[in-house]
Design a binder for this molecule. Sequence first.
Ligand SMILES: O=C(CO)[C@@H](O)[C@H](O)COP(=O)(O)O
Ligand SMILES: [Fe+2]
Length: 231
Amino acid sequence: MPQDPAVNDCIIAPSILSADFARLGQEVDEVIAAGADWVHFDVMDNHYVPNLTIGPLVCEALRKHGVTAPIDVHLMVEPVDRLVPDFAKAGATLVSFHPEASRHVHRTVQLIKAEGCQAGLVLNPATPVEVLDYVLEELDLVLLMSVNPGFGGQAFIPSALEKLKAVRARIDACGKPIRLEIDGGVKPDNIGAIAAAGADTFVAGSAIFGQRDYADVIRRMRQAVTDARRK
Ligand SMILES: O=C(CO)[C@@H](O)[C@H](O)COP(=O)(O)O
Ligand SMILES: [Fe+2]
């Protein structure tokens, strides 16, 4: 069944992992003013992944600062469940987690939704798409990693393109408005191929925050997505 066109648009979600943390509120204001749709918020715990970043206090601080854009929380933490209510209270819009980090994947999805957030499941480069069996219909978003989680600025893993096509087919067959997000190594020069493979939501950290002109890079990314879809 073809997907509802309402969800088949182009969401650009800058990863604030590559922002200047000393001026995070301003950085988020600037990137949203430059045309970004969501704020991608990478949470790393030095346990599930070998890096340590930010938690619910920073999410809450962004809301208090006046950020109204959806905050797309990518949890790279183990265990997952204890942090979900904290992020919901802190103002998260979506909460995504890795199945390897949760003992009961379906229960974690239910918990995220019960807390009033949208739920996403994240697939690492070597995680098979079968992990979506029996849970896909409960999800609001599938997040495919095109790098191994833990760091910004890594190179896009090409096998993610085939995987995107496989997940796109599953989402279309299920007929629900589930977003398909890609995360890792997304740049203006590969985003067209990524869109053609089926992604509708694009995380980009270093490609956006590494440029002086955020509006220009976001405009180029959207244009590449539009061009790829016209072909
Ligand atoms: O979740 C992660 C990394 O684990 C990502 O969200 C990265 O932060 C994206 O950064 P770039 O690859 O776009 O620089
Ligand atoms: Fe991420």
